[in-house]
Design a protein. Structure first.
Length: 573
Protein backbone atom coordinates (compact mmCIF):
# COMPACT_ATOMS: atom_id res chain seq x y z
CA UNK A 1 0.00 0.00 0.00
CA UNK A 2 1.08 3.55 -0.64
CA UNK A 3 0.96 6.16 2.08
CA UNK A 4 2.40 9.45 3.34
CA UNK A 5 1.37 9.43 7.00
CA UNK A 6 1.44 6.30 9.14
CA UNK A 7 0.08 5.35 12.56
CA UNK A 8 2.64 4.70 15.27
CA UNK A 9 2.95 1.08 16.39
CA UNK A 10 0.96 -0.65 13.65
CA UNK A 11 2.45 1.49 10.83
CA UNK A 12 -0.85 1.37 9.00
CA UNK A 13 -1.33 4.24 6.52
CA UNK A 14 -3.81 7.01 7.32
CA UNK A 15 -6.80 7.18 4.95
CA UNK A 16 -5.74 8.81 1.70
CA UNK A 17 -8.06 11.85 1.79
CA UNK A 18 -7.13 12.66 5.38
CA UNK A 19 -3.45 11.97 4.69
CA UNK A 20 -3.49 14.48 1.82
CA UNK A 21 -5.01 17.14 4.06
CA UNK A 22 -2.45 16.48 6.83
CA UNK A 23 0.39 16.65 4.31
CA UNK A 24 -0.88 19.94 2.90
CA UNK A 25 -1.05 21.53 6.36
CA UNK A 26 2.33 20.10 7.30
CA UNK A 27 4.05 21.61 4.27
CA UNK A 28 2.46 25.00 4.88
CA UNK A 29 3.87 25.13 8.42
CA UNK A 30 7.16 23.29 8.09
CA UNK A 31 8.29 23.46 4.44
CA UNK A 32 12.06 23.84 4.35
CA UNK A 33 12.53 23.00 8.01
CA UNK A 34 14.63 19.91 8.65
CA UNK A 35 13.92 17.50 11.47
CA UNK A 36 17.45 17.84 12.80
CA UNK A 37 17.00 21.62 12.95
CA UNK A 38 14.01 21.10 15.18
CA UNK A 39 16.07 18.90 17.49
CA UNK A 40 18.44 21.81 18.10
CA UNK A 41 15.70 24.05 19.50
CA UNK A 42 15.08 24.37 23.20
CA UNK A 43 11.35 23.72 22.81
CA UNK A 44 11.87 20.19 21.54
CA UNK A 45 13.87 19.37 24.63
CA UNK A 46 10.61 19.52 26.54
CA UNK A 47 8.31 16.54 26.36
CA UNK A 48 5.08 16.69 24.39
CA UNK A 49 3.22 16.43 27.69
CA UNK A 50 4.38 19.93 28.62
CA UNK A 51 3.90 21.54 25.22
CA UNK A 52 1.00 23.39 23.69
CA UNK A 53 0.07 22.58 20.12
CA UNK A 54 1.56 25.03 17.64
CA UNK A 55 -0.82 24.05 14.84
CA UNK A 56 -4.03 22.06 14.46
CA UNK A 57 -6.29 20.86 11.64
CA UNK A 58 -9.84 19.48 11.82
CA UNK A 59 -10.70 16.22 9.98
CA UNK A 60 -14.08 14.56 9.51
CA UNK A 61 -14.21 12.61 12.79
CA UNK A 62 -10.90 13.63 14.38
CA UNK A 63 -8.30 16.38 14.57
CA UNK A 64 -4.49 16.57 14.38
CA UNK A 65 -2.20 18.64 16.60
CA UNK A 66 1.42 19.57 15.80
CA UNK A 67 3.79 20.11 18.70
CA UNK A 68 6.86 20.31 16.44
CA UNK A 69 7.88 19.18 12.98
CA UNK A 70 8.42 15.67 14.37
CA UNK A 71 5.70 15.50 17.04
CA UNK A 72 2.29 15.04 15.40
CA UNK A 73 -0.70 13.45 17.16
CA UNK A 74 -4.15 12.32 15.99
CA UNK A 75 -7.18 12.62 18.33
CA UNK A 76 -10.64 11.13 17.91
CA UNK A 77 -13.61 13.50 18.22
CA UNK A 78 -16.07 10.76 19.23
CA UNK A 79 -18.11 11.59 22.33
CA UNK A 80 -16.61 8.76 24.36
CA UNK A 81 -13.08 9.90 23.46
CA UNK A 82 -13.84 13.48 24.47
CA UNK A 83 -15.21 12.36 27.84
CA UNK A 84 -12.21 10.10 28.46
CA UNK A 85 -9.84 12.90 27.47
CA UNK A 86 -11.52 15.37 29.84
CA UNK A 87 -11.43 12.96 32.77
CA UNK A 88 -7.78 11.95 32.27
CA UNK A 89 -6.65 15.55 31.85
CA UNK A 90 -8.34 16.48 35.12
CA UNK A 91 -6.40 13.65 36.72
CA UNK A 92 -3.16 15.23 35.54
CA UNK A 93 -2.49 13.30 32.36
CA UNK A 94 -1.64 15.11 29.17
CA UNK A 95 -3.82 15.14 26.10
CA UNK A 96 -1.22 13.32 24.02
CA UNK A 97 -0.44 10.57 26.51
CA UNK A 98 -4.07 9.91 27.44
CA UNK A 99 -5.84 9.76 24.08
CA UNK A 100 -3.47 10.71 21.30
CA UNK A 101 -2.10 8.51 18.53
CA UNK A 102 1.26 9.57 17.16
CA UNK A 103 1.64 9.93 13.40
CA UNK A 104 4.80 9.50 11.33
CA UNK A 105 5.59 11.15 8.03
CA UNK A 106 7.08 8.34 6.02
CA UNK A 107 7.36 4.61 6.68
CA UNK A 108 9.61 2.85 9.18
CA UNK A 109 11.80 1.35 6.43
CA UNK A 110 12.55 2.26 2.85
CA UNK A 111 10.70 0.24 0.25
CA UNK A 112 12.47 -2.18 -2.05
CA UNK A 113 11.32 -3.64 -5.35
CA UNK A 114 11.94 -7.08 -3.90
CA UNK A 115 9.62 -6.47 -0.94
CA UNK A 116 6.41 -8.17 -1.92
CA UNK A 117 4.35 -10.98 -0.42
CA UNK A 118 3.85 -14.26 -2.27
CA UNK A 119 0.84 -14.66 -4.53
CA UNK A 120 -2.36 -14.78 -2.48
CA UNK A 121 -3.73 -18.32 -2.51
CA UNK A 122 -6.57 -17.87 -0.03
CA UNK A 123 -8.72 -14.85 0.83
CA UNK A 124 -10.92 -14.62 3.91
CA UNK A 125 -13.79 -12.14 4.06
CA UNK A 126 -14.43 -10.83 7.58
CA UNK A 127 -18.10 -9.91 8.20
CA UNK A 128 -19.15 -7.83 11.20
CA UNK A 129 -22.25 -8.16 13.39
CA UNK A 130 -24.19 -5.46 15.23
CA UNK A 131 -22.83 -2.12 16.42
CA UNK A 132 -21.14 -0.90 13.23
CA UNK A 133 -23.42 2.12 13.05
CA UNK A 134 -21.63 3.50 16.11
CA UNK A 135 -18.24 3.18 14.43
CA UNK A 136 -18.39 2.29 10.75
CA UNK A 137 -14.65 1.68 10.60
CA UNK A 138 -14.71 -0.80 13.49
CA UNK A 139 -14.60 -3.88 11.26
CA UNK A 140 -11.56 -2.44 9.48
CA UNK A 141 -9.78 -2.03 12.81
CA UNK A 142 -10.86 -5.47 14.00
CA UNK A 143 -9.65 -7.09 10.77
CA UNK A 144 -6.34 -5.25 11.12
CA UNK A 145 -5.94 -6.66 14.65
CA UNK A 146 -6.81 -10.16 13.43
CA UNK A 147 -4.40 -9.80 10.52
CA UNK A 148 -1.62 -8.74 12.88
CA UNK A 149 -2.23 -11.75 15.14
CA UNK A 150 -2.30 -14.04 12.10
CA UNK A 151 0.99 -12.69 10.79
CA UNK A 152 2.71 -13.36 14.11
CA UNK A 153 1.42 -16.94 14.17
CA UNK A 154 2.32 -17.37 10.51
CA UNK A 155 5.93 -16.33 11.14
CA UNK A 156 6.18 -18.60 14.18
CA UNK A 157 4.39 -21.75 13.01
CA UNK A 158 4.14 -21.60 9.19
CA UNK A 159 7.44 -20.09 8.12
CA UNK A 160 7.83 -22.91 5.59
CA UNK A 161 4.65 -21.87 3.75
CA UNK A 162 6.57 -19.67 1.32
CA UNK A 163 4.37 -20.49 -1.66
CA UNK A 164 1.08 -19.73 0.08
CA UNK A 165 -0.41 -16.55 1.39
CA UNK A 166 -3.76 -15.86 3.05
CA UNK A 167 -5.27 -12.38 3.08
CA UNK A 168 -8.08 -11.11 5.35
CA UNK A 169 -10.45 -8.53 3.85
CA UNK A 170 -13.02 -6.58 5.93
CA UNK A 171 -16.64 -6.48 4.74
CA UNK A 172 -18.54 -3.42 5.98
CA UNK A 173 -22.20 -3.89 5.02
CA UNK A 174 -24.06 -1.75 7.58
CA UNK A 175 -23.12 1.79 6.52
CA UNK A 176 -24.41 1.32 2.97
CA UNK A 177 -27.94 0.51 4.18
CA UNK A 178 -30.52 3.27 4.62
CA UNK A 179 -32.97 1.20 6.68
CA UNK A 180 -35.35 3.53 8.58
CA UNK A 181 -33.24 5.58 10.96
CA UNK A 182 -35.40 8.73 10.77
CA UNK A 183 -38.52 6.95 11.99
CA UNK A 184 -36.69 5.22 14.83
CA UNK A 185 -35.11 8.54 15.77
CA UNK A 186 -38.50 10.27 15.90
CA UNK A 187 -40.00 7.73 18.31
CA UNK A 188 -37.02 7.65 20.68
CA UNK A 189 -37.74 9.45 24.00
CA UNK A 190 -35.28 12.12 25.11
CA UNK A 191 -34.63 10.77 28.60
CA UNK A 192 -31.30 8.87 28.93
CA UNK A 193 -30.76 9.75 25.30
CA UNK A 194 -27.19 8.48 25.21
CA UNK A 195 -28.19 4.98 26.31
CA UNK A 196 -31.11 4.90 23.87
CA UNK A 197 -28.87 6.00 20.99
CA UNK A 198 -26.43 3.25 21.95
CA UNK A 199 -29.20 0.64 21.77
CA UNK A 200 -30.53 2.09 18.51
CA UNK A 201 -27.06 1.82 16.98
CA UNK A 202 -26.43 -1.75 18.14
CA UNK A 203 -29.30 -3.97 19.26
CA UNK A 204 -31.66 -2.40 16.70
CA UNK A 205 -29.83 -4.33 13.96
CA UNK A 206 -31.29 -7.56 15.38
CA UNK A 207 -34.81 -6.14 15.14
CA UNK A 208 -34.17 -4.89 11.62
CA UNK A 209 -33.04 -8.34 10.51
CA UNK A 210 -36.02 -10.14 12.08
CA UNK A 211 -38.37 -7.67 10.40
CA UNK A 212 -39.78 -8.86 7.04
CA UNK A 213 -39.64 -5.25 5.84
CA UNK A 214 -35.87 -4.81 6.20
CA UNK A 215 -34.44 -8.35 6.16
CA UNK A 216 -34.14 -8.51 2.38
CA UNK A 217 -32.39 -5.14 2.30
CA UNK A 218 -29.74 -6.41 4.72
CA UNK A 219 -29.13 -9.74 2.96
CA UNK A 220 -29.08 -8.03 -0.42
CA UNK A 221 -26.63 -5.41 0.82
CA UNK A 222 -24.20 -7.95 2.29
CA UNK A 223 -24.39 -10.20 -0.78
CA UNK A 224 -23.64 -7.33 -3.13
CA UNK A 225 -20.73 -6.15 -1.00
CA UNK A 226 -19.19 -9.64 -0.86
CA UNK A 227 -19.51 -10.02 -4.63
CA UNK A 228 -18.14 -6.52 -5.23
CA UNK A 229 -15.06 -7.14 -3.08
CA UNK A 230 -14.44 -10.53 -4.69
CA UNK A 231 -14.71 -9.06 -8.19
CA UNK A 232 -12.44 -6.15 -7.22
CA UNK A 233 -9.84 -8.49 -5.73
CA UNK A 234 -9.83 -10.74 -8.80
CA UNK A 235 -9.46 -7.74 -11.11
CA UNK A 236 -6.36 -6.64 -9.19
CA UNK A 237 -5.06 -10.21 -8.83
CA UNK A 238 -5.89 -11.82 -12.21
CA UNK A 239 -3.98 -15.02 -11.40
CA UNK A 240 -6.01 -15.77 -8.26
CA UNK A 241 -8.79 -17.73 -9.96
CA UNK A 242 -6.53 -19.41 -12.50
CA UNK A 243 -4.26 -20.63 -9.68
CA UNK A 244 -7.23 -22.19 -7.90
CA UNK A 245 -7.49 -19.60 -5.12
CA UNK A 246 -9.78 -20.43 -2.21
CA UNK A 247 -12.31 -18.21 -0.40
CA UNK A 248 -13.42 -18.49 3.22
CA UNK A 249 -15.68 -16.32 5.36
CA UNK A 250 -15.35 -15.29 9.01
CA UNK A 251 -18.52 -13.85 10.52
CA UNK A 252 -19.06 -12.40 13.97
CA UNK A 253 -22.23 -12.30 16.07
CA UNK A 254 -25.36 -11.50 14.00
CA UNK A 255 -23.19 -11.53 10.88
CA UNK A 256 -23.05 -15.34 11.22
CA UNK A 257 -26.83 -15.58 10.86
CA UNK A 258 -26.99 -13.21 7.89
CA UNK A 259 -24.12 -14.95 6.09
CA UNK A 260 -25.63 -18.39 6.79
CA UNK A 261 -28.98 -17.31 5.30
CA UNK A 262 -27.27 -15.91 2.20
CA UNK A 263 -25.24 -19.08 1.65
CA UNK A 264 -28.17 -21.46 2.20
CA UNK A 265 -30.84 -19.30 0.59
CA UNK A 266 -33.15 -19.48 3.60
CA UNK A 267 -36.44 -17.66 2.89
CA UNK A 268 -38.79 -16.91 5.83
CA UNK A 269 -41.79 -16.35 3.52
CA UNK A 270 -41.45 -19.79 1.93
CA UNK A 271 -40.90 -21.30 5.38
CA UNK A 272 -44.11 -19.74 6.74
CA UNK A 273 -46.17 -20.83 3.71
CA UNK A 274 -44.96 -24.41 4.02
CA UNK A 275 -45.59 -24.45 7.75
CA UNK A 276 -49.14 -23.14 7.23
CA UNK A 277 -49.82 -25.75 4.55
CA UNK A 278 -48.56 -28.54 6.81
CA UNK A 279 -50.87 -27.35 9.58
CA UNK A 280 -53.89 -27.35 7.26
CA UNK A 281 -53.14 -30.78 5.81
CA UNK A 282 -52.53 -32.19 9.28
CA UNK A 283 -56.08 -31.58 10.49
CA UNK A 284 -58.21 -34.70 10.85
CA UNK A 285 -61.66 -33.76 12.13
CA UNK A 286 -64.91 -35.72 11.96
CA UNK A 287 -68.19 -33.90 11.51
CA UNK A 288 -71.64 -35.27 12.14
CA UNK A 289 -74.28 -32.60 11.56
CA UNK A 290 -75.35 -31.22 8.20
CA UNK A 291 -74.10 -27.76 9.12
CA UNK A 292 -70.71 -29.10 10.18
CA UNK A 293 -70.35 -31.09 6.94
CA UNK A 294 -71.19 -27.96 4.96
CA UNK A 295 -68.55 -25.97 6.81
CA UNK A 296 -66.01 -28.77 6.25
CA UNK A 297 -66.66 -28.62 2.50
CA UNK A 298 -66.07 -24.87 2.58
CA UNK A 299 -62.80 -25.41 4.45
CA UNK A 300 -61.65 -28.01 1.93
CA UNK A 301 -62.44 -25.68 -0.98
CA UNK A 302 -60.53 -22.89 0.74
CA UNK A 303 -57.55 -25.21 1.25
CA UNK A 304 -57.59 -26.18 -2.40
CA UNK A 305 -57.72 -22.52 -3.44
CA UNK A 306 -54.84 -21.70 -1.08
CA UNK A 307 -52.70 -24.49 -2.57
CA UNK A 308 -53.44 -23.20 -6.08
CA UNK A 309 -52.41 -19.66 -5.12
CA UNK A 310 -49.23 -20.94 -3.47
CA UNK A 311 -48.35 -22.98 -6.55
CA UNK A 312 -48.95 -19.93 -8.77
CA UNK A 313 -46.73 -17.82 -6.52
CA UNK A 314 -43.92 -20.37 -6.60
CA UNK A 315 -44.31 -20.66 -10.36
CA UNK A 316 -43.91 -16.91 -10.77
CA UNK A 317 -40.80 -16.96 -8.56
CA UNK A 318 -39.31 -19.77 -10.64
CA UNK A 319 -40.13 -18.05 -13.96
CA UNK A 320 -38.53 -14.68 -13.19
CA UNK A 321 -34.90 -14.01 -12.23
CA UNK A 322 -33.93 -14.27 -8.58
CA UNK A 323 -34.81 -10.89 -6.97
CA UNK A 324 -31.67 -10.87 -4.88
CA UNK A 325 -28.18 -11.87 -6.00
CA UNK A 326 -26.35 -14.95 -4.81
CA UNK A 327 -22.66 -15.31 -4.08
CA UNK A 328 -20.52 -15.52 -7.19
CA UNK A 329 -17.87 -17.68 -5.50
CA UNK A 330 -17.73 -20.94 -3.60
CA UNK A 331 -16.98 -20.86 0.13
CA UNK A 332 -14.39 -23.32 1.40
CA UNK A 333 -14.65 -22.65 5.14
CA UNK A 334 -17.26 -20.76 7.16
CA UNK A 335 -15.88 -19.65 10.54
CA UNK A 336 -18.51 -18.40 12.98
CA UNK A 337 -17.22 -16.43 15.99
CA UNK A 338 -19.42 -15.59 18.98
CA UNK A 339 -22.39 -16.83 16.99
CA UNK A 340 -26.10 -16.97 18.00
CA UNK A 341 -26.86 -19.01 14.86
CA UNK A 342 -27.95 -22.10 16.82
CA UNK A 343 -30.74 -20.16 18.53
CA UNK A 344 -32.08 -18.85 15.21
CA UNK A 345 -32.00 -22.36 13.71
CA UNK A 346 -33.75 -23.84 16.75
CA UNK A 347 -36.52 -21.24 16.55
CA UNK A 348 -36.91 -22.09 12.85
CA UNK A 349 -37.67 -25.68 13.75
CA UNK A 350 -34.28 -27.33 13.14
CA UNK A 351 -34.04 -30.44 15.32
CA UNK A 352 -31.21 -32.98 15.79
CA UNK A 353 -30.73 -35.65 13.16
CA UNK A 354 -29.19 -39.11 13.39
CA UNK A 355 -26.33 -39.14 10.87
CA UNK A 356 -23.73 -36.82 12.41
CA UNK A 357 -23.31 -35.13 9.04
CA UNK A 358 -22.69 -31.39 8.64
CA UNK A 359 -25.25 -31.42 5.81
CA UNK A 360 -27.99 -31.43 8.44
CA UNK A 361 -27.17 -27.73 8.98
CA UNK A 362 -24.87 -26.65 6.16
CA UNK A 363 -24.61 -28.80 3.00
CA UNK A 364 -21.01 -29.47 1.99
CA UNK A 365 -21.97 -28.58 -1.58
CA UNK A 366 -22.37 -25.01 -0.30
CA UNK A 367 -19.48 -24.93 2.17
CA UNK A 368 -16.81 -27.58 2.64
CA UNK A 369 -16.38 -27.09 6.39
CA UNK A 370 -18.32 -25.25 9.12
CA UNK A 371 -16.65 -24.07 12.35
CA UNK A 372 -18.32 -22.58 15.41
CA UNK A 373 -15.70 -20.75 17.53
CA UNK A 374 -16.69 -19.29 20.90
CA UNK A 375 -15.41 -18.27 24.30
CA UNK A 376 -17.04 -20.28 27.13
CA UNK A 377 -18.40 -17.12 28.79
CA UNK A 378 -19.53 -15.32 25.64
CA UNK A 379 -23.22 -14.59 26.42
CA UNK A 380 -24.15 -14.37 22.72
CA UNK A 381 -22.56 -17.64 21.56
CA UNK A 382 -24.36 -21.01 21.37
CA UNK A 383 -23.37 -24.51 20.34
CA UNK A 384 -24.29 -26.04 16.98
CA UNK A 385 -23.38 -29.71 17.46
CA UNK A 386 -26.45 -30.58 19.61
CA UNK A 387 -28.56 -29.55 16.59
CA UNK A 388 -26.79 -32.22 14.53
CA UNK A 389 -26.73 -35.00 17.13
CA UNK A 390 -28.76 -34.61 20.32
CA UNK A 391 -26.35 -36.48 22.62
CA UNK A 392 -23.56 -34.02 21.80
CA UNK A 393 -25.05 -31.72 24.42
CA UNK A 394 -23.18 -34.06 26.80
CA UNK A 395 -20.00 -33.94 24.71
CA UNK A 396 -17.61 -31.08 25.44
CA UNK A 397 -16.67 -28.83 22.53
CA UNK A 398 -13.15 -29.23 21.23
CA UNK A 399 -10.67 -27.12 23.17
CA UNK A 400 -8.68 -24.74 20.96
CA UNK A 401 -4.96 -25.15 21.62
CA UNK A 402 -3.00 -22.38 23.23
CA UNK A 403 -0.72 -20.81 20.65
CA UNK A 404 2.39 -21.73 22.67
CA UNK A 405 1.47 -25.41 23.12
CA UNK A 406 4.34 -27.72 22.21
CA UNK A 407 3.38 -30.56 19.83
CA UNK A 408 -0.42 -30.19 20.14
CA UNK A 409 -2.67 -33.07 19.12
CA UNK A 410 -4.12 -32.48 15.64
CA UNK A 411 -7.74 -31.40 15.96
CA UNK A 412 -9.11 -34.21 13.81
CA UNK A 413 -7.40 -36.73 16.08
CA UNK A 414 -8.89 -35.44 19.34
CA UNK A 415 -11.36 -37.95 20.73
CA UNK A 416 -14.77 -36.75 21.97
CA UNK A 417 -14.80 -36.04 25.70
CA UNK A 418 -17.79 -36.44 27.94
CA UNK A 419 -18.84 -33.58 30.18
CA UNK A 420 -20.01 -35.26 33.39
CA UNK A 421 -21.45 -33.67 36.50
CA UNK A 422 -20.28 -34.57 39.99
CA UNK A 423 -22.41 -34.66 43.12
CA UNK A 424 -21.41 -31.19 44.24
CA UNK A 425 -22.28 -29.85 40.80
CA UNK A 426 -25.76 -31.34 41.04
CA UNK A 427 -26.17 -29.63 44.38
CA UNK A 428 -25.08 -26.31 42.91
CA UNK A 429 -27.50 -26.71 40.05
CA UNK A 430 -30.37 -27.23 42.46
CA UNK A 431 -29.40 -24.00 44.22
CA UNK A 432 -29.64 -22.05 40.96
CA UNK A 433 -26.06 -22.35 39.73
CA UNK A 434 -24.80 -24.49 36.90
CA UNK A 435 -21.37 -25.68 35.77
CA UNK A 436 -19.60 -24.02 32.90
CA UNK A 437 -19.44 -25.50 29.45
CA UNK A 438 -15.97 -26.95 29.79
CA UNK A 439 -12.91 -26.83 32.05
CA UNK A 440 -9.59 -25.22 31.28
CA UNK A 441 -7.75 -28.49 30.79
CA UNK A 442 -8.64 -32.15 30.58
CA UNK A 443 -9.09 -33.79 34.00
CA UNK A 444 -8.92 -30.36 35.66
CA UNK A 445 -11.62 -29.49 38.21
CA UNK A 446 -13.14 -26.13 38.98
CA UNK A 447 -13.92 -25.08 42.54
CA UNK A 448 -17.15 -23.52 43.75
CA UNK A 449 -20.48 -22.99 42.05
CA UNK A 450 -20.31 -20.95 38.87
CA UNK A 451 -23.08 -19.17 37.00
CA UNK A 452 -22.91 -20.33 33.41
CA UNK A 453 -23.39 -17.03 31.62
CA UNK A 454 -21.94 -18.35 28.40
CA UNK A 455 -23.08 -21.95 28.23
CA UNK A 456 -23.07 -22.73 24.53
CA UNK A 457 -26.03 -25.05 24.31
CA UNK A 458 -29.28 -25.07 22.45
CA UNK A 459 -31.07 -25.10 25.80
CA UNK A 460 -30.49 -21.35 25.78
CA UNK A 461 -33.09 -20.85 23.05
CA UNK A 462 -35.77 -20.50 25.70
CA UNK A 463 -34.09 -17.39 27.09
CA UNK A 464 -34.63 -15.40 23.91
CA UNK A 465 -38.12 -14.47 25.08
CA UNK A 466 -36.53 -12.59 27.96
CA UNK A 467 -34.70 -10.25 25.59
CA UNK A 468 -31.08 -9.20 25.78
CA UNK A 469 -31.15 -9.28 29.56
CA UNK A 470 -32.28 -12.86 29.44
CA UNK A 471 -29.36 -13.83 27.25
CA UNK A 472 -26.90 -12.16 29.58
CA UNK A 473 -28.18 -13.35 32.93
CA UNK A 474 -30.13 -16.58 32.44
CA UNK A 475 -28.82 -19.67 34.20
CA UNK A 476 -28.98 -22.88 32.27
CA UNK A 477 -29.26 -26.37 33.67
CA UNK A 478 -26.93 -29.20 32.70
CA UNK A 479 -28.11 -32.12 30.59
CA UNK A 480 -28.37 -35.40 32.47
CA UNK A 481 -25.36 -37.70 32.69
CA UNK A 482 -25.29 -40.54 30.23
CA UNK A 483 -25.77 -43.97 31.83
CA UNK A 484 -22.44 -45.18 30.49
CA UNK A 485 -20.67 -42.43 32.36
CA UNK A 486 -22.43 -43.22 35.62
CA UNK A 487 -21.76 -46.94 35.34
CA UNK A 488 -18.08 -46.36 34.70
CA UNK A 489 -17.71 -43.94 37.58
CA UNK A 490 -16.90 -40.95 35.40
CA UNK A 491 -17.33 -37.74 37.35
CA UNK A 492 -16.41 -39.08 40.80
CA UNK A 493 -13.80 -36.96 42.47
CA UNK A 494 -12.03 -36.84 45.80
CA UNK A 495 -12.14 -33.05 45.65
CA UNK A 496 -15.36 -32.03 47.36
CA UNK A 497 -15.16 -28.55 45.84
CA UNK A 498 -15.15 -29.71 42.22
CA UNK A 499 -18.23 -29.05 40.17
CA UNK A 500 -17.62 -31.38 37.26
CA UNK A 501 -15.03 -33.55 35.62
CA UNK A 502 -13.85 -33.66 32.04
CA UNK A 503 -12.83 -37.08 30.78
CA UNK A 504 -12.19 -38.75 27.48
CA UNK A 505 -14.73 -41.31 26.31
CA UNK A 506 -13.38 -44.61 25.15
CA UNK A 507 -14.97 -46.05 22.02
CA UNK A 508 -16.21 -48.98 24.11
CA UNK A 509 -18.36 -46.77 26.34
CA UNK A 510 -20.44 -44.22 24.47
CA UNK A 511 -19.80 -44.50 20.77
CA UNK A 512 -20.49 -48.19 20.53
CA UNK A 513 -24.17 -47.25 20.83
CA UNK A 514 -24.12 -43.69 19.51
CA UNK A 515 -23.36 -41.97 16.23
CA UNK A 516 -20.24 -39.81 16.10
CA UNK A 517 -19.88 -36.48 14.28
CA UNK A 518 -18.25 -36.73 10.87
CA UNK A 519 -16.31 -33.54 11.66
CA UNK A 520 -16.42 -31.53 14.86
CA UNK A 521 -18.08 -28.12 14.56
CA UNK A 522 -17.90 -26.58 18.05
CA UNK A 523 -14.49 -25.24 19.07
CA UNK A 524 -14.06 -23.49 22.40
CA UNK A 525 -11.35 -21.11 23.55
CA UNK A 526 -9.66 -21.95 26.83
CA UNK A 527 -10.33 -19.73 29.82
CA UNK A 528 -7.46 -17.93 31.49
CA UNK A 529 -6.33 -19.42 34.77
CA UNK A 530 -6.93 -16.15 36.64
CA UNK A 531 -9.79 -14.93 34.50
CA UNK A 532 -12.90 -13.49 36.16
CA UNK A 533 -15.91 -15.09 34.53
CA UNK A 534 -18.22 -12.19 35.24
CA UNK A 535 -15.82 -9.66 33.72
CA UNK A 536 -15.07 -12.11 30.91
CA UNK A 537 -18.80 -12.29 30.11
CA UNK A 538 -18.64 -8.57 29.30
CA UNK A 539 -15.43 -8.62 27.25
CA UNK A 540 -15.34 -12.08 25.66
CA UNK A 541 -17.71 -11.29 22.77
CA UNK A 542 -15.18 -8.90 21.23
CA UNK A 543 -12.00 -10.71 22.31
CA UNK A 544 -11.65 -12.92 19.22
CA UNK A 545 -9.92 -10.30 17.07
CA UNK A 546 -6.73 -10.10 19.14
CA UNK A 547 -6.54 -13.76 20.19
CA UNK A 548 -3.39 -15.53 18.97
CA UNK A 549 -5.13 -18.83 19.74
CA UNK A 550 -7.90 -17.98 17.26
CA UNK A 551 -5.34 -16.79 14.70
CA UNK A 552 -3.39 -20.04 14.89
CA UNK A 553 -6.61 -22.07 14.72
CA UNK A 554 -7.67 -20.31 11.51
CA UNK A 555 -4.28 -20.82 9.87
CA UNK A 556 -4.21 -24.48 10.91
CA UNK A 557 -7.31 -25.33 8.89
CA UNK A 558 -6.70 -22.90 6.03
CA UNK A 559 -3.18 -24.15 5.34
CA UNK A 560 -4.16 -27.74 6.01
CA UNK A 561 -6.76 -27.53 3.26
CA UNK A 562 -4.29 -25.87 0.91
CA UNK A 563 -1.72 -28.61 1.54
CA UNK A 564 -4.31 -31.35 1.12
CA UNK A 565 -5.45 -29.95 -2.22
CA UNK A 566 -1.87 -29.71 -3.49
CA UNK A 567 -1.19 -33.30 -2.45
CA UNK A 568 -4.30 -34.52 -4.26
CA UNK A 569 -3.46 -32.53 -7.39
CA UNK A 570 0.10 -33.88 -7.58
CA UNK A 571 -0.64 -37.50 -6.64
CA UNK A 572 -0.28 -40.09 -9.45
CA UNK A 573 -3.47 -41.26 -11.09
Amino acid sequence: MRGQWFIDGTWMPVEEDESDLIEKEHLVCFRGQQIQDAFETDTLAKTVDRKDAIHSVQLSRSHVDWYSVDEVYLYSDATTSKIARTVTQKLGFSKASSSGTRLHRGFLEEASLDDKPPQTTHIVFVVHGIGQKMDKDRIIKNTAMLREAVRKMEEKHFAEQTEEHVEFLPVEWRSKLALDGDTVESITPDKVRGLRDLLNSSAMDIMYYTSPLYRDEITNGLTQELNRLYSLFCSRNPEFESRGGKVSIISHSLGCVITFDIMTGWDPVRFCLQEHRDQLEGEDLHWTTHEERHLLEEVQLTRQRLRELQDQLQGLKAAKPTPFPTLTFKVENFFCMGSPLAVFLALRGIRPGNTGDQDHIMPKSICRRLFNIFHPTDPVAYRLEPLVLKHYSNIAPVQIHWCNTISPTPYDEIRPSHLSVSKSAASDTENGSSPSSSPVLATRHYGGSITSLGKASILGAASISKGIGGILFSRFSRSPILPSAVDSGIGDSEDSQSTFAFSAISPSSLFDAAVEMEHRIDYELREGLVESRYWSAVTSHTAYWTSHDVALFLLTFIYKQQSTDQTQNTSPM
